[in-house]
Every structure is written in C-alpha cells, then in structure tokens.
Design a protein around this ligand. Structure first.
Ligand code: NZQ
Ligand code: ZN
Length: 392
C-alpha cells in the first residue's frame, strides 16, 4: 500500500430539481459575471438552458453564453471562450452538459488566468498556476469531469487529443439531477457506463500496491454500474438506476478508487485518446472497443488482479488455473459490453483503420506518454501497435 493525497473540494448537490439552485451556488462561490458554456444544443432542446438563464436572471446575476463544445472538444472554441471571458470580465464559468462542455470550460478557465498559449499545458510544456472557478450542471453520467482534476482537449491541427490534470480545475460545485440524463440517446448512456467502469478499472489493474478498502469500493462500484447499465438498456427512464450510475460516475474518477495504489495503468485511455483524436468516436465506445485487446495482451503480467476481477466483479467460477480464470473474466466483460450494445473491436466501433493509421496512432500515443506507460504491463510503441492490430 502506498501513501496518497485525496482532494475532492467539489460541493455535490444531488437530486431532482437541483438545477434550480445554480444561481444560489454561483453566489456562494463568489461568481459575479458568468460564462455559461454548453455543447451542441441538447440543453436548448431539453429546455435546461432556459431554466438556468431564468434562475440567473431572477437572481440578477449577469452572464454571457457560449455553446458549441463538441464531443472531443476543440481548442479553437477554447480560444474563443478565453477571448469572450476577457472581453466581458467573466469571473465564473458554468458548464452545462457533459465531459466535453466541462473540459472545454476548464481549458477556458486556464487560458483566462494564465499568460501565454493554453495549449502549452496540454503539450506538457509548463504547468498552470490558476484556473477560473467552475460550476457544473451535469447532463450525462460518464467522464467524472464534474469532480475530476483533468480535462481533455483536441487540437485541430494534427488531430492531437491530450489531457491535462491539476487540482486548480476541480469544479467548485456539481449539480447532479439524474432526471436530466433521461433525454440521452441509449448509445450515449451505454458509452457513459463503459467510461465510468474504465476509470475504476484503470486504477484496479495495477502491479503497484493495493488497499482492501479501495478494492472493495472499486468492485462494488463496478458491480453496481454493470447491474444498472443493464436496467437502463431495458428501461432508460428508471430514476434509481440513473441515480446509481450518476453517482458512480463521480466516484469512479474523483480519486477514491485509486487510494493506496500506484496511480493506475491508464493505457486503455491513452490508446482511446488516439482513436478519439483521429476518428472522432465517442470516448466510452472507443474504450470498450480496445479494452479486450489490451487485457489479453497484458493479463499474464498482472495475473492476481485479473483473477480477482474475474471472480469478484464478473462472478466467474475459479477455473483450474489462474490464467484460465482471468481469461474467463475478460470474456465475461466483453459479453457485458455486447449486452449494452458497446463495441468490442474497431470494426464494431465503425473504424476501418489501415496499417499506416495504426502505426501513426501508436507513434503519437508513445510520444504522448513520453515513450512508455502502464502498470499492469509497461507498454512501448511496438506493444501499442500490437494492441491496435489485435483490436481490428
Ligand atoms: O453536445 P450536446 O448537444 O449537449 O450533446 C451531447 C453529445 O452529443 C449529448 N448529451 C449530453 N447530455 C445529454 C445529451 N443528449 C441528450 N440529453 C442529454 N442529457 O451526448 C453527447 C456526448 O456528450 P459529451 O459531453 O461529449 O460526453 P462525455 O461526458 O462522455 O464527454 C466526453 C469527453 O470527455 C473526455 C473524453 O475524452 C471526451 O472528450 N474525458 C474527460 C475526462 C475528464 N475531464 O476527467 C476523463 C475521461 O476519461 C474522458 O477522457
Ligand atoms: Zn474516460
């Protein structure tokens, strides 16, 4: 077991009707002029944006709005947001939407409070020293960005998708009303469940340290998300299932399920970021499509964890050998993906990659992680390429 820092400063306001508290919470955290940042329009169609602007109008809080954060949010809009905030003297960001709107807001927050090009942070050239305060009204349970320290932005030039993490961007508050997620397309609900699970699985498959309490939390979270993802595949309007998944999404990525280990593996995410950058796929689906190939490539180097996952999470009966048990666990996970209509390879993801594409992604990935990365197994460029090939 390793020592750790656990820092979760986000005030969570959870339940029906909580979006009506936006103005009150902005006041509580000192916001005087707000940028409301959102995505491609789902919040307009659902009426949520109007509700939020009404509450701010009633409270006399001035605001400007900026929509257009796309899945795999783009750097160009971040620059636009920074200019707008400076011009309008914005001192508080309210992201209304999913990980893309939240991450775009985080990048805008860095850009407004730090000199120079905000991309430098995502390009690992220097560290941010501040971020504008951010509040969130969450509309999709997935990334955990509502409590996390990270944001992921795609630079249009070269389609480079990169994440940057620092505690400065952790949201001040997160409003979570599970009812707001009921307008999601079923595909996005399932993508969210795949992402939530992966945030905990990345921290679970390690060769460095563990804590019994962390493992128990992680395994409970994974079982809960699987159970409720299947309920939602049948009945998307089930409030309790929506609520379970929504809270799991935050806990899966606020650091809780990594306490006491070496920080996790994270290679499935790094590989997916290449897919997201190049093919613009939904993040959760990209993760599901690559995980099985990654798992089969690394499981022998992390056998105790894969065996434990098979038995404790997937409910597999232990087989004659640990290897066999581990493989059954991987198969059971892929069966679960199929039950919630998630892809288990690139073909099912809708990606037709050439050998050159695979080589380019493996190269970019290796550069992005500084040569090698992983805890279940340390991967180099040739390993990354082998996993991409296996996932075709
Ligand atoms: O853009 P709109 O019109 O809002 O539509 C979105 C989008 O098309 C739609 N949607 C969201 N809530 C809805 C809704 N449609 C109907 N009703 C609702 N209530 O769903 C689509 C996906 O939204 P998006 O915000 O892109 O999804 P998600 O939350 O999965 O975010 C994905 C992005 O976050 C990054 C991913 O790489 C990707 O760029 N990640 C961020 C992390 C973080 N900051 O901690 C960690 C993750 O590992 C991840 O990398
Ligand atoms: Zn993720």
């Amino acid at each position: 077991m390793f020592g750790f820092n656990y820092y979760t400063p986000t005030k969570v306001v959870f339940g029906k009707g909580t979006e009506m508290k936006a103005a009150e919470l902005i006041r509580e955290f000192g916001g005087k002029k707000v940028l409301i940042h959102y995505g491609g329009g789902s919040v307009i169609r659902s009426g949520l944006l109007k509700k939020v602007t009404d509450t701010l109008d009633n409270a006399g809080i001035p605001y400007v709005t900026l929509g257009g954060a796309v899945p795999n949010p783009r750097l160009g809009l971040v620059y636009e947001g920074i200019d707008l905030c400076r011009k309008e003297n914005v001192d508080f960001l309210l992201a209304v939407g999913g990980g893309s709107a939240i991450d775009s807001a985080k990048a805008i927050g860095y850009g407004v409070t730090n000199e120079g090009d905000v991309w430098d942070f995502y390009d690992y050239k220097r560290q941010a020293t501040a971020c504008l305060p951010i509040g969130v009204i969450l509309t999709i349970a997935a990334t955990g960005s509502e409590m996390s320290d990270s944001s992921v932005i795609t630079k249009e030039e070269g389609l480079v998708k990169r994440g940057y993490s620092s505690d400065y961007c952790r949201p001040k508050f997160a409003i979570m009303n599970p009812e707001l997620t009921m307008t999601l397309p079923d595909y996005q609900t399932a993508c969210g469940c795949a992402d939530i699970m992966m945030h905990t699985m990345e921290r679970y498959f390690t060769n460095g340290g563990n804590m019994e309490i962390t493992d128990a939390l992680a395994e409970g979270l994974l079982r809960t998300v699987m159970k409720n993802a299947e309920i939602l595949a049948r009945d998307p309007k089930d409030y309790n299932a929506r609520a379970e998944v929504m809270w799991a999404g935050s806990l899966a990525h606020n650091g809780l399920t990594g306490c006491g280990n070496d920080g996790g593996d994270w290679m499935t995410h790094k590989l997916e970021h290449e897919l997201g950058g190049l093919y613009d796929v939904a993040h959760g689906a990209g993760l599901a499509s690559i995980w099985g190939s990654w798992a089969r490539y690394v499981y022998r180097d992390c056998l105790p964890r894969f065996r434990r996952f098979a038995v404790e999470v997937m409910g597999v009966e232990p087989a004659a050998s640990d290897e066999e048990t581990a493989l059954k666990g991987i198969e059971a996970m892929e069966d679960f993906y199929r039950r919630i209509h998630m892809p288990t390879n690139l073909r099912e993801l809708g990606v037709r990659a050439t050998e050159e594409d695979l080589a380019a992604m493996a190269h970019k990935c290796a550069v992005g992680v500084g040569g090698s990365m992983g805890s279940a197994k340390v991967l180099y460029e040739e390993d990354m390429l082998a996993i991409f090939r296996a996932s075709l």
